[in-house]
Design a protein around this ligand. Structure first.
Ligand SMILES: C[S@@+](CC[C@H](N)C(=O)[O-])C[C@H]1O[C@@H](n2cnc3c(N)ncnc32)[C@H](O)[C@@H]1O
Length: 187
């Protein structure tokens, strides 16, 4: 009896939290597809200068993959929704990667300082937030890869854009070359 109530309460908490963060973030924790991994494998450079950051890491598929691909870079997986974050946390305990750091934070509170590569699969609103944070806090030449959604136009950054179009999705590669002069905050 108590066990059933406990299970029902856990299920309710999962449903409410998932709905809450879906409405707050404007996107569910849908993982990137295998085709995206293949496209990334084909287009990512062999070396990255600086940290790697996944903005909205979901269940961590891309972050774990990036941590394996770039063992000498620190990879930050940022996720604010509790359910995917708990899964991410458990996954890190099982599938340990010393260069992977997971943070339960909103991307509008983190710094992109020393970041050389950002991967994002966010909604339009999330991309705007990401752009603001990049403008405020990054100071390295940086490649931002966005799955599906484009970055709004920016007056602070100067960047070149490449679009890799596939049948089911598009990846947008932004290469930032000018950065903001505002003060930085550590992650
Ligand atoms: C479509 S999923 C992508 C998951 C993963 N990046 C991938 O490509 O497999 C987007 C994730 O970003 C998270 N997210 C959206 N806005 C966020 C924000 N402002 N701060 C942190 N995480 C956010 C969502 O909770 C969701 O888990």
């Amino acid at each position: 009896m108590y066990l059933s109530i406990f299970i029902i309460l856990i299920c309710l908490a999962i449903i409410i939290s998932t709905l809450f963060f879906y409405l707050k973030n404007g996107i569910a924790s849908t993982p990137s597809t295998i085709a995206v991994f293949k496209a990334l494998q084909a287009h990512l450079p062999n070396q990255i200068n600086g940290h790697i950051l996944e903005a909205g890491a979901g269940f961590g598929g891309i972050a774990f993959w990036l941590a394996k691909k770039y063992p000498y870079n620190t990879v930050y997986a940022i996720e604010n929704a509790w359910v995917p974050f708990i899964i991410l946390w458990c996954r890190k305990k099982i599938q340990y990667r010393s260069n992977l750091q997971i943070k339960c934070k909103n991307i509008n509170t983190i710094s992109f300082r020393n970041t050389g590569l950002v991967y994002a699969f966010l909604c339009q609103k999330g991309m705007k937030t990401l752009q603001k944070q990049l403008e405020k806090t990054n100071h390295l030449p940086c490649c931002l890869i966005s799955n599906y959604f484009q970055l709004p136009k920016s007056q602070i950054y100067d960047y070149t854009l490449q679009i890799k179009k596939y049948t089911t999705f598009s990846l947008y590669f932004y290469y930032f070359i000018v950065y903001s002069l505002e003060s930085y905050h550590l992650i």
